[in-house]
Ligand binder design. Structure first.
Ligand SMILES: [Zn+2]
Ligand SMILES: [Zn+2]
Length: 342
């Protein structure tokens, strides 16, 4: 809703409601550079619905008279609106700058609290940037100065092994079985009643502000104000207990190959070798105690000297590693706070 603003008579100082174009006390006309204001000492007076006007006055470029937005020509000199100097809000320059009445200055004074949120927001953004910067991987350029490798061959033994499982694999012969706990599930045991303090926002009236519409009227802007109240609330909370789920566990004997040992080799060079072994890679119709070679695994590193002269080990797959040469420049990433390659 719109309310009437006021202007101050420049001659006698009377505060005049904006729908009057002349001072009722001395007859002085509303000045061209009028600035409307709200007078807190006067009651709020609502504008009749049919008189409501949300558009700002425009300035005549010839006589600087303020004209209502609805006027196509200047009410004073007849100049066209299309040549307007600007509107109330975009006034080019005041003809006679006049300090606002003290009372109005105080009314428009906004508490500094508004900046608090901004500062907090900036702090949050700055903090995020620092965290991002801190955890962002850093790319290093290093020179390969050497190599290291580790390789191993699993040694498998054929035997009868005792194992247990919830299912018997093929080839397993069951020795015994037992009901055992396989997992747990949460079961509702009982309810507990607790009193909790619950914060609740309740309406606590309105904050009313008046926005200068630039034509003598002000828009009443109401924003609801809230306050936090605490209520004691009884809440019912479920209490669970863990209930075991039983299943049959089988203990069985099974004849199979199983890794029991490894043959390991390693060196700081570029020529990986597998351990020498007489063990066969496979045995047809094995007997208990027979051994064979199992799987082969390897790890391969390049020794890299970084910009600061520190050396780091960067791990590669074998296929990449074998093509790297001493003196190669390589890039790798680390965290800012660590020398360990990612
Ligand atoms: Zn007057
Ligand atoms: Zn004019």
């Amino acid at each position: 809703m719109n309310v009437w603003g006021y202007w101050k008579c420049p001659y006698c100082g009377e505060t005049v409601r904006a729908d009057h174009k002349d001072c009722p006390k001395c007859g002085t006309s509303i000045p061209n550079d009028v600035k409307f204001f709200m007078d807190p000492t006067k009651p709020i007076e609502y504008v009749d619905k049919e008189q409501e006007n949300d558009e700002a006055n425009w300035f005549c470029s010839y006589c600087r008279t303020q004209n209502p937005a609805q006027a196509e020509v200047c009410e004073n000199c007849g100049a066209a609106r299309s040549e307007a100097l600007g509107t109330y809000q975009t006034e080019p320059e005041p003809i006679r700058p006049e300090p606002k009445p003290r009372r109005e200055r105080e009314r428009n004074y906004k508490p500094k609290r508004k900046y608090g949120k901004m500062i907090l927001l900036f702090a949050l953004i700055a903090f995020s940037i620092v965290v991002y910067w801190f955890f962002k991987p850093v790319t290093h350029v290093g020179e390969v100065t050497g190599f290291r490798w580790e390789q191993e061959i699993g040694v498998e033994v054929y035997n009868t092994y005792r194992e247990s499982s919830w299912n018997v694999p093929s080839g397993g012969s069951v020795v015994s079985s037992n009901r055992e706990i396989r997992s747990y599930r949460q079961v509702l045991d009982h309810y507990e009643y607790k009193t909790k303090k619950v914060a609740k926002k309740v309406k606590d009236g309105y904050d009313v502000k008046y926005k200068d519409l630039g034509n003598g009227q002000f828009k009443e802007v109401k924003t609801p104000r809230y306050k936090t109240v605490y209520e004691e609330k009884k809440v019912k909370e479920p209490v669970y207990r863990q209930e075991p789920i039983y299943d049959t566990k089988y203990y069985y004997n099974i004849d199979k190959w199983k890794e029991t040992n490894v043959l390991r080799t390693s060196a700081d060079d570029h020529e990986p070798k597998w351990a020498e072994t007489d063990l066969p890679t496979n045995v047809q119709s094995p007997k208990y105690g027979d051994k064979r070679q199992g799987s082969r695994r390897g790890k391969y590193w390049a020794i890299v000297k970084d910009e600061k002269g520190n050396t780091n080990e960067v791990e590669y797959s074998y296929d990449q590693w074998k093509n790297i040469k001493v003196g190669d420049k390589i890039t790798y990433k680390t965290f800012r706070f660590s020398d360990d390659p990612l």
